[in-house]
Design a protein around this ligand. Sequence first.
Ligand SMILES: Nc1ncnc2c1ncn2[C@@H]1O[C@H](COP(=O)(O)OP(=O)(O)OP(=O)(O)O)[C@@H](O)[C@H]1O
Length: 234
Amino acid sequence: MGEKSLEVRDLHAYYGQSHVLQGISLTVKEAECVALLGRNGVGKTTTFLSIAGLMAKAQGHVTLGETSLLGLPPHRIAQSGIVYVPAGRRAFARLTVRDNLQMAVPRSVNKQRAIEDVLTVFPGLRERLNVQAGVLSGGQNQMLKMARALLVNPSFLLLDEPTEGLAPLVVQQMGEHIRQLMDRGVGVLIAEQNARFTLKLSRHLYVLDKGVIKLERTGDKLYDDQEVLSHLGI
Ligand SMILES: Nc1ncnc2c1ncn2[C@@H]1O[C@H](COP(=O)(O)OP(=O)(O)OP(=O)(O)O)[C@@H](O)[C@H]1O
C-alpha cells in the first residue's frame, strides 16, 4: 500500500454568518508530525472540527489518499482513519480506565490484545487500569484519551492542545508518546499553545492567523528558526 496523505485544500468554515476559516490548505503525511500554531481564536479547533466532519458549514476539499472526506458524517471519517482528540474534555469519569479502553475497541478486534498493544505506548496507564478515570491526573487523562484514539488504529490523529495544563515533566513524556505514534506510522497534526514543544516534534509548521495560513515552514530545526520564533512571538 502506498503512503497516504491527509490533504486539506482551500478549506472555508462558518459559524452562522461568521466566516472563520478563509481558505486553509495543509498536508499531513503518514509518520510525520505537523504543527498548527497560532493565538487563541484564530481557528485551530475549527480546522480540526472541519476535518473531523463536525462543522455544520465547511467548504473546500479534505482528502485522505483518493477518498474525499468533506461532507461525510463524523463516524465515517473516523472509520477512514482520522481520529480527533479534543482539548480539555475528560474521559468517562465514572468508568474505570480499563472500561474506557474496552469501550473504544472496534467490535471486530480482540479487546485484550488491542489494549495490551496500546499499553506498550502508554505504560503509565497499566497501573491505573482499575481506577475510575475521574481520579486520573491531567497527564494520565490526556494519555487515556490518546490511548482510546489509538485503539481505533488510526492513520492520522488530530491532537488539540495535548499538553494543556500538564507539568513540564509530563509534557516531556507526552512528546515521547507522540514520537512513538509517529514510529508506528501515524501522522499527527497538533494544535498547541506550547509552540516550543510542538516545534521540537515537527518538521512542518503552519501558523494560522484570523482564519488564514500566515506562515508555512519545513525544516529539521524549526525550534531554532529565528524567523519562525519571532513570528510566533517567542
Ligand atoms: N460555536 C461557535 N459559535 C460561534 N463562533 C465560534 C464558535 N466556536 C468558535 N467560534 C469563533 O471562531 C473563531 C475560531 O475559534 P477556534 O476555537 O477555532 O480557535 P482556536 O485557534 O482553536 O483557539 P483556542 O485555542 O482558543 O481554542 C473564534 O473567533 C471563536 O470565537
